[in-house]
Design a protein around this ligand. Structure first.
Ligand code: IMP
Length: 194
């Protein structure tokens, strides 16, 4: 069975392929690069689940394939859960990781370590061409450091120290991060339901 992951992010495709190889070996996962003329689905909802469903429904409608999509971001305690669904564009319209991290560090500059809690959140949706839908969530709790550390990962990884660790998620190997990450948890739960 072919299944679409509605993303052009090669890292996400590799991660879900790896999980499906064990959980559902009959599934052949393809990304959006395998689909011609596919315009990006605008993320216009106010929740991770809403945006994941938008993208998965769009994929299933356009391709006729069962489609998985995810939406994720960082929920910072001191910002009442922001940047949340605005994580990619926190410092403005351009998706600029360095500017996002610099702004977040400025916003939290006066906060003691015990007030720097944050959680990565991921919603993953699976929509079948017959209209069946499944949405799951995964979380990775932790806290924010005071300066960027590490060169792996992307986004807020250089600031994020997962609970139980004293390194950032940008200092972890891909496998180490995937084992505990919000996306890894959501993808594994989704795969177990296929
Ligand atoms: P998306 O769901 O892949 O579009 O991610 C939205 C944004 O959330 C990204 O641009 C990052 O800023 C942030 N984000 C989501 N997941 C992660 C992660 O695992 N590490 C670092 N940043 C992340």
């Amino acid at each position: 069975m072919r299944m679409l992951l509605a993303t052009r992010n090669a890292g996400k495709i590799a991660e879900l392929r790896h999980i499906l190889a064990e959980a559902a070996p009959s599934v052949e996962l393809v990304g959006l690069d395998a689909v011609e003329d596919y315009p990006e689905t605008p993320e216009t909802e106010l929740t991770f689940a809403g945006n994941a469903l938008l993208k998965a429904r769009d994929g299933a409608t356009r391709t006729g394939l069962p489609t998985v999509a995810d939406d994720s971001g960082l929920a910072v305690d001191a910002l009442n859960g922001m940047p949340g669904v605005l994580s990619a564009r926190w410092a403005g319209r351009a998706k600029d990781d360095e500017a996002n991290n610099a702004l977040l560090l400025d916003q939290l500059a006066d906060l003691d370590d015990d007030k720097r809690g944050a959680t990565f959140v991921c919603a993953a949706a699976l929509v079948w061409p017959d209209g069946r839908e499944l949405v799951v969530h995964g979380e990775m709790p932790g806290r924010l450091g005071r300066e960027p550390r590490g060169a792996n990962g992307f986004g807020y990884d250089p600031l994020f120290i997962p609970d139980g660790y004293d390194i950032t998620s940008a200092e972890m190997s891909t496998d180490e991060k995937n084992a505990i990450s919000h996306r890894g948890r959501a993808f594994r739960e989704l795969a177990s339901g296929i």
